[in-house]
Write a protein that binds this ligand. Structure first.
Ligand SMILES: [Zn+2]
Length: 413
């Protein structure tokens, strides 16, 4: 990771502009030619036909009936295509581009939507159609996003390409730090720096990769930062001091819901209409919302349990246990004795048992006693030290250098 970052930084500063420039020029040349071609129709009847695949489209039919390629040529093209790509694997959203001249197909290009770094090209030479699978050159660069939050994280990213990807990535990074159900306020803001892969051709402008740095500013929790850093063979997020963001407990078993009832020793039960203690937290959420184990552990109950409906109880380290009630469904394979990982989906929100509406009843116990989850301090986390801390500090400097560079550039333009 460290090496990668260094290489990126050099590429970013030294080659970015030159490569974009030369590429733009090439692109322009191609465009100019097509315009020329369409202007001199009497001389050259070359035209470019583009088609986006719909559901259930079959390549040979598209060629013959949608683009009007002669059956014999379409047969040859499909055969040639088969040498490098399975036509049955063409999906909705994939593109083909044909350069045609007087009904002849001069060139055929296929671009799969889910892999913008590959294309199939078919050319015609004297012996017939020749296909090849070509890797599209790309550059890597850092990109920057700044967002203000009005309602929730997902809505804040709604207006950008792959917004859901960034919102759920962020909620994973800060799953131990921020409870997105109750701690986000209007006007909070977030910035992210991420690696982006930018293909030099095709419709897709970029493929977002890892978030390398993120910072939340919140009215409730102040400033929270996460720096991506490699440690023990994996990549994890650390705060500025080198403390891992990963802790013993997730902040919540459900992202993006709201708390409908808190822990209390006496509350009016909504169905029984009697004062009864509520030894848990209720998270209101639509039926089917995935429920996650808040920590590693093993299942010691999974099944029907009276008023709880479908219920799961998990045993964790240090005498902790967590319970998850009113589930619509318990995930297949979740049974007594089964190990679960922190963040693993164990079931889905429902309203089984005694429940007035869909919600998750979540409870936590320490040494057999119910505790108020919102007041529990998570078990300690890992902190970098020695040489690793030194490396981490220089990583922070690098990230800041990139951020400054991007901010200055934005000021100029
Ligand atoms: Zn409850």
């Amino acid at each position: 990771m460290f090496q990668k970052i260094k290489v990126f930084t050099i590429v970013f500063i030294a080659f970015w502009y030159t490569s974009i420039y030369s590429d733009k020029k090439r692109e322009m040349n191609v465009k100019e030619k097509t315009i020329e071609n369409s202007l001199n129709k009497s001389v050259d009847k070359e035209k470019i036909v583009k088609y986006e695949f719909q559901k259930n489209d079959v390549l040979s039919n598209v060629l013959m009936f949608k683009i009007n390629v002669l059956p014999s040529i379409s047969y040859e093209l499909v055969n040639s295509f088969k040498n490098v790509w399975n036509p049955k694997k063409i999906k909705e959203g994939d593109l083909i581009e044909l350069k045609m001249n007087d009904g002849e197909v001069k060139e055929f290009v296929y671009r799969p939507e889910d892999n913008p770094l590959l294309k199939v090209v078919i050319y015609k030479d004297s012996s017939g159609y020749k296909s090849s699978l070509i890797e599209i050159p790309y550059k890597r660069e850092y990109r920057f996003i700044k967002k203000e939050i009005k309602d929730n994280l997902f809505l804040a990213f709604e207006d950008i390409n792959k917004g859901d990807y960034f919102a759920s990535f962020l909620s994973d990074i800060f799953a131990w730090e921020i409870d997105f159900n109750s701690e986000i306020r209007k006007g909070d803001s977030v910035i992210i720096l991420y690696e982006s892969i930018v293909p030099f051709e095709g419709e897709q402008k970029e493929i977002p990769g890892d978030i390398v740095y993120a910072r939340f500013k919140g009215k409730y929790f102040g400033v929270k930062e996460g720096f991506l850093f490699e440690e023990k063979g994996g990549e994890f997020y650390y705060d500025r001091k080198g403390a891992s963001l990963k802790k013993g407990f997730l902040k919540s078993p459900l992202p993006f819901t709201r708390i409908t009832s808190k822990f209390s020793y006496r509350r009016m039960h909504p169905i029984l209409k009697k004062k009864r203690p509520h030894y848990g937290i209720d998270y209101g959420a639509p039926v089917g919302t995935p429920v996650k184990a808040i920590a590693d552990g093993y299942v010691n109950y999974a099944g029907w349990k009276g008023g709880y409906g479908n219920y799961i109880r998990i045993k964790h380290a240090n005498g902790y246990e967590t319970g998850y009630g009113h589930l619509k469904k318990i995930r297949k394979g979740i049974y007594r004795g089964r190990r679960v990982k922190q963040g693993e989906v164990i079931g889905w929100v429902g309203m089984t048992g005694l429940a007035t509406g869909p919600h998750l009843h979540f409870e936590i116990l320490k040494n057999g006693r119910f505790m108020n989850f919102l007041r529990i301090k998570s078990p300690p986390r890992e902190i970098l030290s020695g040489d690793r801390l030194k490396e981490f500090k220089s990583r922070i400097l690098e990230v800041e250098k990139i951020l400054n560079h991007i901010e200055n550039k934005n000021k100029i333009s």
